[in-house]
Design a protein around this ligand. Structure first.
Ligand code: SAM
Length: 359
């Protein structure tokens, strides 16, 4: 695996943020050709979204998956069950915007009823979340990732194409009042939110949240991505440290994600950095992604997709055969950093936009 200049070296090497070790595989579990054990599935409920985030999609050629190709909820539940039988223990619903699809509550209820031990999570833009918050606890969702790239109303509207910051802030407040853990995802963009560190620092000083800056990833063409909008995690950290003392957090738990987390001295929350571009964490990648039309992606940066929908809908195949396809796909899970490195300068690493994958 490639070495890289790591502004977070004291927390362990790039491939293993926070010094985590990859747990070893038990018999029957999903293991890839690099010895990584897969336990985490991200399921895109829909590719439709009520926001138009400039980093996530392009308005040119934005086509939606036709309805007949979108997996029905019962098909999603069946696929999740098959994945759970292969050792997947954590499931994140994402999109598009999960709540932009009718009946998302019902999906959550069904997933919880069928697989109560599954660690069920959600990534959402928060704009439609408010009425669903009481339901989240009842289906065992203990943490929500909320996308929020700016606390400034004009910037929010410019980035997302919708003037909906107040709705997101209401959801944030509602989640905290409901005792649900909140991780804020902020895509870091030079010329967009790089002048707003005071707001971000204020948020982590005053709220018990994890606020994670995600490095802008070159996904699909026609987004805002470019060398001029890329804001590297090392620079973001320096900007934050001009305002606040950051103390590295060593997290070896299964909870630890790819973010390098820092406690904010004197504050209620934590700041984190997801260095997807400047310093990869492929060594601990334990995830698969499933698009809403039933395509399995083994790496965010790899456009090869394994079409499970046809197998799922065919009367000639059962779950055992589906599982076999997933195992074969998983065995070939690449190192995303290699794909990133191999791409042509200035070009996207994958053709598909994030809105169609789920992040
Ligand atoms: N609609 C939901 C939301 O906004 O959270 C879920 C889908 S969205 C694709 C999931 C995550 O991907 C969000 O946190 C978003 O910030 C992140 N994301 C999208 N495009 C990105 C990019 N080009 N680089 C980094 N993160 C990106």
């Amino acid at each position: 695996m490639q070495a890289c200049v790591n502004p977070f070296a004291h927390l362990g090497n790039c491939a293993t943020p926070n010094g985590q070790q990859q747990p070893s595989a038990r018999a029957g579990q999903l293991c890839d050709g690099h010895g990584r054990v897969v336990r985490y599935l991200r399921l895109s409920v829909t590719d439709r979204c009520n926001l138009r985030c400039a980093y996530c999609r392009s308005d040119i050629n934005q086509k939606f998956i036709p309805h007949p190709k979108v997996l029905r909820y019962e098909e999603m539940v069946r696929l999740v069950g098959m994945m759970a039988s292969l050792g997947v223990t954590k499931l994140r619903l994402t999109g598009g915007e999960p709540f932009a699809r009718k009946g998302c509550d019902e999906l959550l209820h069904q997933l919880h009823a069928h697989y109560p031990s599954l660690d069920l999570r959600l990534t959402t833009n928060g704009t439609l979340l408010g009425p669903h918050i009481p339901m989240l606890r009842s289906v065992g969702v203990s943490a929500v990732n909320l996308s929020l790239d700016s606390f400034d109303r004009d910037t929010f509207a410019k980035v997302t194409g919708r003037d909906m910051l107040p709705a997101v802030l209401d959801s944030l407040d509602g989640l905290l009042r409901a005792g649900i853990r909140v991780k804020i995802n902020a895509v870091a963009m030079r010329g967009v939110n790089d002048g707003q560190m005071d707001d971000f620092v204020h948020a982590v000083r005053t709220m018990p949240i994890d606020l994670r800056f995600i490095e802008f990833m070159p996904m699909g063409s026609g987004t805002l991505w470019g060398p001029e909008t890329f804001w590297a995690a090392g620079d973001i950290r320096a900007e934050a440290e001009r305002r606040v003392q950051l103390d590295p957090v060593q997290d070896d738990s299964a909870e630890a994600g790819p973010a390098r987390m820092f406690a904010v001295r004197g504050g209620k929350g934590r700041l984190g950095f997801i260095t997807a571009v400047s310093c990869h964490f492929c060594g601990t990648c334990n995830r698969l992604r499933l698009t809403s039309d039933g395509n399995l992606r083994t790496c965010l940066f790899d456009d090869r997709e394994y079409h499970l929908r046809g197998i799922l809908r065919s009367p000639h195949f059962d779950d055992g055969q589906l599982a076999r396809v997933v195992r074969l796909a998983c065995a070939d899970k690449p190192i995303g950093a290699d794909l990133l490195k191999a791409r042509k300068k200035g070009e996207a690493v994958a053709d598909k936009h994030m809105v169609g994958i789920g992040g």
